[in-house]
Design a protein around this ligand. Structure first.
Ligand SMILES: [Zn+2]
Length: 353
């Protein structure tokens, strides 16, 4: 220690404020320098640390800001997408409404067609006691039961006109209410679903209706073929069905058919498909042909000059069976045409359209 006396020293005196003791500290230059160095390095480290921390915070802040901006951008995109989807849904709802209107027009047309067909059937067959009619003039839209039972929809098999028993008739089911501009996404989707459901039911109803119309129209064609429903020859009606003055006796007598005056040799045709059950001379009828048809009908063709079919032959509708003549109890060439049903003579006029 003594050798180091030459080292220049600082001496610090310190007096205790209350006890009055004097204390002395010696500090060498090298210690002072070391202390200063330690201080400078410490301060430098501290400042550096603060700066580094600050920059880190700043960086994180920037990152957070960027993320927030991105989130905002994403939200805007989502919002735009949502709006676009809502618009599409709206458009779709409007388009389905247009289809619904068309379907309603179809239903009106369907009802018209069914009405015309039914009227024809009534005027032709129902007054004859032949039961051919549509199930109803109007077919309302109906919704398959599965919609209520929650079971998967299985289309009915094709075939004859099925009765609507497997369906729940919704007689007063109007199309779903038109979609509102302000409807929310969920309600719009629901409205669209309702529209589609109604459209499906309505389409199915029209399909069933048309199938029935086709089948009944085909049956009508068949009936027109097998039930006497045309004139047997062309000419003037010279004597009507019913009471008349007998041309031979002058007395009132019941005439069992219509007389159609026509020249000898004019063709006489079968008024419907049937089986020839009589050919030959038949008393007052002269040369006569009798044809038996379905539904208990028979047609009688009298006073023929020529018979062109044989007993037991099946004749088509409009097939030539003979020629007009004046055989039997006749005052001149004419055809006596008679219609019988279940063995009794009936008024032929409903069979002469
Ligand atoms: Zn007659």
């Amino acid at each position: 220690m003594l050798e180091k006396k030459e080292d220049r020293q600082f001496t610090i005196f310190w007096i205790h404020p209350t006890k009055g003791q004097l204390k002395r500290f010696h500090l060498s230059w090298s210690a002072l320098l070391l202390g200063a160095l330690v201080l400078v390095v410490g301060v430098g480290l501290g400042v550096g640390g603060v700066l580094w921390y600050q920059s880190r915070i700043k960086k994180e802040l920037c990152l957070t800001m960027e993320k927030m901006e991105e989130a905002q951008r994403n939200a805007a995109v989502l919002e735009a997408q949502k709006k676009e989807q809502e618009e599409k849904l709206q458009q779709l709802a409007q388009e389905t409404e247009a289809v619904i209107k068309e379907l309603e027009t179809l239903r009106e047309l369907d009802e018209k067609v069914r009405g015309v067909l039914e009227k024809d059937l009534q005027s032709r067959f129902q007054k004859l006691g032949i039961d051919l009619s549509l199930s109803s003039v109007s077919v309302p839209s109906y919704i398959p039961l599965d919609r209520f039972l929650g079971e998967p929809y299985v289309p009915l098999g094709m075939g004859g006109p099925e009765r609507l028993s497997s369906f729940s008739l919704v007689r007063d089911s109007p199309p779903p209410a038109s979609s509102d501009q302000d409807l929310g996404f969920g309600r719009q989707a629901k409205a669209l679903e309702d529209n589609l459901s109604w459209m499906r039911a309505e389409t199915l109803a029209r399909k069933k209706s048309l199938e029935e119309v086709v089948e009944v129209a085909q049956q009508r064609d068949r009936l027109l073929y097998v039930v006497p429903m045309r004139w047997p020859t062309w000419g003037r009606v010279s004597s009507n069905y019913g009471w008349r003055n007998d041309p031979f006796t002058g007395r009132r007598a019941w005439h069992t058919g219509v007389d159609i005056a026509a020249p000898t040799g004019r063709n006489v045709v079968a008024t419907a498909e049937g089986k020839v059950v009589f050919t030959g001379w038949n008393g007052n009828y002269g040369r006569c042909v009798i044809v038996r048809h379905q539904f208990g009908y028979e047609t009688v063709y009298g006073h023929l000059s020529k018979i062109l079919v044989n007993t037991g032959e099946v004749v088509k509708k409009e097939q030539i069976i003979g020629q007009v003549g004046s055989t039997g109890r006749s005052t001149g060439p004419h055809l006596h045409y008679e219609v019988r049903r279940y063995g009794s003579v009936i008024n032929p006029w409903p069979h002469l359209p």
